[in-house]
Design a protein around this ligand. Structure first.
Ligand code: UGA
Length: 317
């Protein structure tokens, strides 16, 4: 099969591209390589992708010839976007609108014209729920984002469902719950924590550290994407992809401290607007539809994340 992976230089994008190539598929990758976080890391991600059966385009989805890019493509994995729940206020919101909403609409228009496309998997987000009414939160619970970022992810998800119902574009939206593991973005909690643990630096915790997250290991996210592409499922479907942890940030620091063999240095600062107090997703729907469930628990996942951090943070020391 031929797959297009958008955001291929990013955390999920490059990991997914490597998994698809390892399964013998052909991969076309696109990424505009923004400097939201270190470009050197994105370039290293790209360099880690084997070149056989892989082609890369450094372009903006809003500007590139998407019809040409989608030629002969069976699956689209739309991972591109402007990430970060806490940065999406103020003037920067314009960037989120362009990269998360407008770019998705461009892709959906091209997908509508494609004669080969079998599935478009959209990387949605647990941030669409905000502080949910019930836990574990189900896909049918009312979304009420608390960050402008979450608003844009929800808008793009609605566009996917609209293009599915009006034009038959075969979309599936996966609501990722805080993805972690080797290669995680450097603005996210665990990569910041393991980096600080390795370099013996101070970790800043936003708020009390009692906020709860449903963390999901990267390999489980990759498996969910491939299941969503390969298994029969109604176009326009929306699924949570949640790792099943129900753990506070403080508890993750304890686990990391014991894995690192020394307590971590922690400084508590103000909580940040846009930060959800708790996430927790029901995985009943994705279990029934795709037979997916998380396989990597938080201890195993953090062990692998820390081992990656120990190998990686030579670059900044
Ligand atoms: C993450 C991603 O950044 C979003 O792009 C994604 O959409 C979202 O998951 C999701 O699940 O939909 P977040 O849960 O905030 O957002 O992920 P982390 O950056 O790993 O933060 C986890 C928790 O640790 C947050 O409560 C955050 O405030 C806290 N944190 C993070 C700190 O206390 N200190 C830090 O240095 C970083």
């Amino acid at each position: 099969m031929k797959a297009l992976v958008t955001g291929v230089a990013g955390f999920v994008g490059h990991t997914l591209a490597k998994a698809l190539l390892a399964q013998g598929h052909e991969v076309v990758g696109i990424d505009m390589v923004t400097d939201y976080y270190e470009v050197a890391i994105k370039e290293r991600n790209l360099a880690s992708i084997p070149t056989e059966r892989f082609t890369f385009h450094r372009s903006d989805l809003n500007e590139v010839d998407l019809d040409a890019l989608l030629e002969g493509v069976d699956w689209v994995f739309h991972q591109a976007g402007q990430p970060g729940v806490r940065m999406s206020w103020g003037r920067d919101f314009a960037v989120y609108i362009r990269q998360n909403i407008a770019a998705t609409q461009c892709l959906l228009e091209a997908a509508r014209r494609s004669s080969t496309l079998q599935r478009l998997v959209y990387a949605s987000s647990s941030s669409v729920y905000g502080n949910a009414e019930t836990y574990p939160t189900r896909e049918t619970d009312r979304p009420q984002p608390v960050s402008p970022y979450g608003v844009t992810k929800l808008a793009a998800e609605h566009l996917c469902s609209l293009y599915a119902s009006n034009f038959g574009v075969p979309t599936v939206s996966l609501r990722y719950f805080t993805v972690y593991g080797p290669g995680q973005r450097t603005d996210m909690a665990f990569t910041r924590f393991v980096r600080a643990a390795v370099l013996d630096e101070v970790i800043s915790i936003f708020g009390t550290g009692e906020q709860i997250r449903d963390f999901t290991f990267i390999d489980d996210i990759v498996r969910a994407n491939i299941a969503a592409a390969t298994q029969p499922v109604a176009s326009g479907s929306v699924f949570n992809v949640a790792g099943g942890t129900n753990i506070s940030v403080n508890e993750t620091l304890e686990i990391l401290g014991s894995l690192a063999g020394h307590p971590l240095k922690v400084d508590y600062t103000d909580r940040v607007a846009g930060d959800v107090f708790r996430t927790g997703g029901s995985v009943e729907a994705i279990g029934e539809a795709l037979g997916w469930r998380a396989e990597v628990d938080i201890h195993e996942g953090l062990t692998r994340h820390l081992a990656w951090g120990e190998r990686t943070f030579g670059w900044s020391s």
